[in-house]
Design a protein around this ligand. Structure first.
Ligand code: 1HN
Length: 345
């Protein structure tokens, strides 16, 4: 590839004249913005140990009352982007949120889409669009763009969950903002149960729901059972993986970020091809070795890692007796809509 002229090759006075007119020559920066073959990621392979962050999160509970935090969160920041950017990848924000018994996190709504993956504790709930969703370990709860949401906790132990948002993208688009609200009236206690059975959806008058997000809570007990059933009924299947989708349409459950759950059978090793999306792995149960070309992470329960796009990944279940379960997030829905999604073998 032809080497291009550098900024230093240009006369000082010429550069100053350009800058005075808010002009920039493209050729000194062309290779940086358009690298050959594949993008140059800022996202670095990064792992956050739950054992290391948990005491710091509990300490935040003692240091900062909920009223002074609104959302008491430690952000899982990727050093490749700069910690202050609060990004796990170019599009994905990750945070571990703590709610203590009796606390409430007030109602608001905002443009970024969120999901919560519950990590530990019993008795908390989140009310999304008037629907009260209990939070139990491994559950996935959606909080789509523009929908009111608040959290409460009637239990006795701290509750922790992983927040995943498309905040970095919406912030970059200058489209991120919040509206504060008053506490919602709970309209339904268990509406999430209506979509719990695969293959059948509520069909009043045989018309599909007009709701863009009919299902807000995906209970882990059901997803885990579905993974085990898939593994047992399709022993030859390469990856025992289920996507979280809109049960009315079968489309990804959110428009920008995509979510799935993967089961590694006892002793299983799974080679994932390089894909154009950065990916987040969060360990729900068991232990998994994550190997890249020049990195290796051991994920224990509740650990989370982020890996840049265009990277081959090998996942190995650390146990020869028990299955392991991973929650996966990436921005494949967005990349597919833009026509830039790639899988390289
Ligand atoms: C948010 O609304 C929540 O509602 C958590 O729990 C984390 C991070 C950035 C922006 C909004 C929540 C958030 C957030």
């Amino acid at each position: 590839m032809q080497e291009l002229g550098r900024l230093e090759d240009l006369p000082e006075a010429y550069r100053a004249a350009l800058a005075a007119q808010n002009l920039v020559p493209l050729w000194p920066s062309l290779r940086a913005v358009l690298p050959p073959g594949k993008p140059t990621p800022r996202t670095r392979p990064t792992c956050w140990s739950y054992q290391a962050l948990r005491p710091l999160l509990l300490q935040a509970g003692a240091l900062t009352p909920i009223e002074r935090a609104e959302r008491r969160v430690l952000v899982l920041a990727n050093p490749g982007h700069g910690l202050e950017k609060m990004q796990a990848s170019s599009t994905i924000y990750l945070g571990m949120q703590l709610l203590l018994p009796g606390e409430r996190a007030p109602a608001h709504r905002h443009t970024p889409n969120a999901v919560r993956m519950i990590v530990e504790g019993e008795g908390a709930y989140t009310t999304v669009d008037g629907e009260k969703c209990p939070m139990q370990r491994g559950d996935l709860i959606l909080t789509p763009t523009g929908v009111w949401h608040e959290h409460g906790h009637d239990g006795a132990q701290p509750v922790v969950w992983l927040d995943v948002l498309d905040l970095p993208l919406l912030y970059y688009m200058e489209a991120s903002y919040v509206t504060e609200g008053r506490a919602q009236t709970v309209a339904s206690e268990a509406a999430w149960q209506a979509y719990q059975h695969g293959g059948v959806v509520p069909a009043p008058m045989f018309e599909r729901s007009v709701q863009a997000y009919p299902m807000l809570r995906y209970p882990w007990a059901d997803v885990r059972k579905a993974l085990e059933t898939l593994a047992a009924s399709r022993p030859q299947i390469e990856a025992v993986q289920l996507a979280y989708v809109n049960p009315e349409t079968g489309a990804d459950c959110q428009k920008i970020l995509g979510y799935s759950a993967l089961m590694l059978r006892a002793g299983e090793q799974l080679k994932l091809p390089a894909r154009s999306t950065a990916v987040v792995f969060h360990q729900i149960e068991g232990g998994v070795e994550v190997s890249l070309e020049d990195h290796q992470f051991s994920l224990l329960e509740a650990d989370t890692c982020c890996i840049p796009g265009y990277t081959q990944i090998t996942l190995s279940n650390c146990s020869n007796d028990l299955p392991a379960f991973i929650f996966i997030a990436d921005d494949a829905p967005l990349q597919k809509k833009l026509g830039i999604y790639e899988v390289r073998s």
